[in-house]
Design a protein around this ligand. Sequence first.
Ligand code: HEC
Ligand code: HEC
Length: 211
Amino acid sequence: MMIRLAFASLVSAFSLVAAAPALAASNADRLHQVAGSAAEFDKARLAGQKAAYFCANCHGQDGNSAYDYIPNLAGQNAVYLLNQIDKFADGRRQDPFMSGLIKLLKEDDRFNMAIYYSSQPVRSSASGNPALTTKGRQLYEGICKACHGAQGYGNEKIARLAGQQPVYLKQALEQYRLGSKRRNDPVMGSIARRLKDYDIAALAAYIPTLK
Ligand code: HEC
Ligand code: HEC
């Protein structure tokens, strides 16, 4: 039993190492290259804005979502966005709508849209419940800050959280906790499994107020 478990975790550790960096590197390399030229970056951003007209119905014209259960894409790290798009495309992440839609997008459109959205400013929201927000701040500073950053800005591998939509945050944390096919990440899974429903509600109240 022990040996089988150890073997299983070894295999999964290896497949993680094998799969993740290859994808991350190519998205990151291409983005760094385009970001190195102001003219190329602007061209991509404008093409992305055009290509994103359909996404605006849900994610908002400027990537500030129109609904509290749909994520803001504005201000999100472009490499992170492309990595999530890859995950929808190959089934590592599943959503009834996004999984189908992403498969219809051309490689260049995906790339340009990620540049467009990442370059838009995020509107953070005011908080409602002070007790819940205070509890959320304590949890954030104790657990989440180490990776997502003091202000929740994230980086290429870790999502920006600042200003994110409250209901979306709650759902994402519940999905990680469940570890279902919809969203399964070993790092966030182990963190979310430590959170009670009240903790998730508190984090979902606090994080949208981060600027
Ligand atoms: C009908 C509404 C709808 C439309 C239109 C839509 N999306 Fe989404 N999108 C969603 C929902 C809902 C989610 C969250 C899915 C989940 O819970 O995993 C999402 C998630 C995403 C994410 C992951 C964001 C994150 O923070 O991890 C990306 C990237 C994304 N969408 C890009 C796009 C792009 C690009 C388009 C246009 C080509 C688009 N979406 C159009 C509803 C929509
Ligand atoms: C050890 C590093 C680490 C810590 C600590 C951590 N996270 Fe994460 N978080 C990640 C990574 C990596 C991802 C991207 C996972 C993926 O691709 O689905 C992520 C993604 C997320 C997402 C998805 C965002 C989106 O746009 O869809 C949410 C929500 C989130 N984390 C919330 C939290 C909260 C709340 C805490 C504290 C309770 C926390 N995280 C602590 C590394 C971490």
